[in-house]
Design a protein around this ligand. Sequence first.
Ligand code: MN
Length: 290
Amino acid sequence: MKKLRSIEKIIKPGTPHFVGDGFRVHNFIPGSSTMKRMDPFIMMDYNSKYNFPPTTVPKGVGVHPHRGFETVTIAYKGKIEHNDSAGGGGIISEGDVQWMTAASGVLHKEFHETEWSKKGGEFQMVQLWVNLPAKDKMSKPKYQAIANADIKKVFLPDNVGIVEVIAGEFQGGKGPANTFSPISMLNLKLNKGAKASLSFPTHYTTSLVMIEGIAIINENSEAFEDHFVLFNSDGETFTIEATTDCVILVLSGEPLNEPIAAHGPFVMNTQQELIEAFEDYNTGKFGSLN
Ligand code: MN
């Protein structure tokens, strides 16, 4: 019998803020002290369901840099268009995931997709920053466009739900994302009444986001829609019972246990590396993007 992983806290969505004019987000992993706690995850912006009116000028965030980590975007509702200075680009549609390795540095921009913008509608997405090990921070940028069709689906017994494996492994199903350190990213789609049990190595930093619905965690804690559940690293297994139909994003990763020096869009290991990041950005070494 595996040991139970207890809940450290359940965090309700705080006051949202806008990133550019296209992302209305609750910040679940803010600031440097939280970065350390969430290692290897360093930032999470969650755009809970929000209705954007139709517009001919797509909303979003203009050209900006990143260095030292990966940005992972999961689209639940709406469509996002992405372009970066390393030549990556594409449209992230509902159910798709974009895994961008900024590493040594990219410029990118993130906007609502043009045709989607013209109609407008409900928009919901997660953007997660995943830290890179020191040895990989200055590696070449890359881009993984993961279409929903390429995400491994594990069907739970008795038709109670589906686990989409984006990264890592669940019951023998392996996710398509290539990661630099051990990470599991699962999207659980549970029918009302479904029970599921998930296990990760005890020391892995583990959390979940209630994207849709309400569930009981570990048989005693109720987690509501748009809430973030952070687990202690004190056991392997936690349980979920779906009170309603649910969609739940589960994250678990092995801590890198390396120093973090972070400022804005750069997450490095030392202050000196941060200064270099600003210098390289200011002298055009991140390439160009219009
Ligand atoms: Mn960005």
